[in-house]
Design a binder for this molecule. Sequence first.
Ligand code: ADP
Ligand code: MG
Length: 315
Amino acid sequence: MKELVVIALGGNAIKQAGEEGTAQQQFANIDIASKEIVKLSQAGYKLVVTHGNGPQAGNLLIQQEEGKKLVPALPLNVVGGMTQGQIGYMFQNRLQNNFSLAGKSVPVVSLVTQVLVDKDDPDFQDPSKPVGPFYTEAEATSLKNDKGYVVKEAKPGVEKGWRRVVPSPEPIDIVEKEAIKSLIGSGAVTIACGGGGIPVKKDGKQIIGIEGVIDKDKTGNVLAQSVGADVLMILTDVEHALINYNKPNQEAVGAVSVEQMQKLYDEGHFLGGSMGPKVEAAMRFVRSTGKKSIITSLDKAGDALAGKTGTIISA
Ligand code: ADP
Ligand code: MG
């Protein structure tokens, strides 16, 4: 039986830091990621892909802001759906082309995905995730008064200005999970839950879109569990999670048990907002399934699945 691998791709696989994010640049990055994904498929793995959307949502929010004199600005949940469509399309195109170059005909499909969160999630009381452009204090104050945005001053001393912050609730369940399973069953490389999924909350028998952002690595775990994956593989721009990160005694974490990883996590080696949620998501997957989770870089994905590198967390 082919191993089913859920790949959670970091933002740098789509838009590199410092790039403006033109269509050409994003296609070029996605082409590189697609070549790696095709190699994994050729090596015999069944693949489900999820991806970040931070820079794309950020740029689209600027387009909403700047274009609102001409056309209505759309809310963050709709922008989330737009980024899933955009990035999903780019992957469908480049994955199909690269399969074709490899002489393979493999269906590729992306699915706009909603993810259920708890309407009482504590993050709704104290939103933590900055989104969209930087504002002056005056602009931030009028957005707060006119639109009810929660605004916070950006990291003093590091970044200048004010930003809108939105809730980042925990993912609970994937609304379209049965559709995702049937797409996987059909043999398609399936792209789902982009940007962590569009958050929705329950209101009786209805679901309602929320202006918030779910961490893509945490949703990656829920996706991997929902589809019965054998491996959750989180691909970013570093080959390993590191202890003593950015210090002279920095050291790579290789193959570890979930207990060992928890100890390192508790010692504070993995920064919140970047490596922290990856380690958390990886440990959740291993604890709930008894299977393994890998954190490594895109170009090392194949080697890591073969056990040769990467941070590999097992039960
Ligand atoms: P992604 O877009 O893949 O989610 P992030 O920037 O969120 O990427 O997370 C990856 C980054 O986490 C690395 O580039 C690194 O700068 C940072 N990081 C923080 N703590 C650690 C750590 N302990 N080990 C390795 N990388 C770390
Ligand atoms: Mg990240």
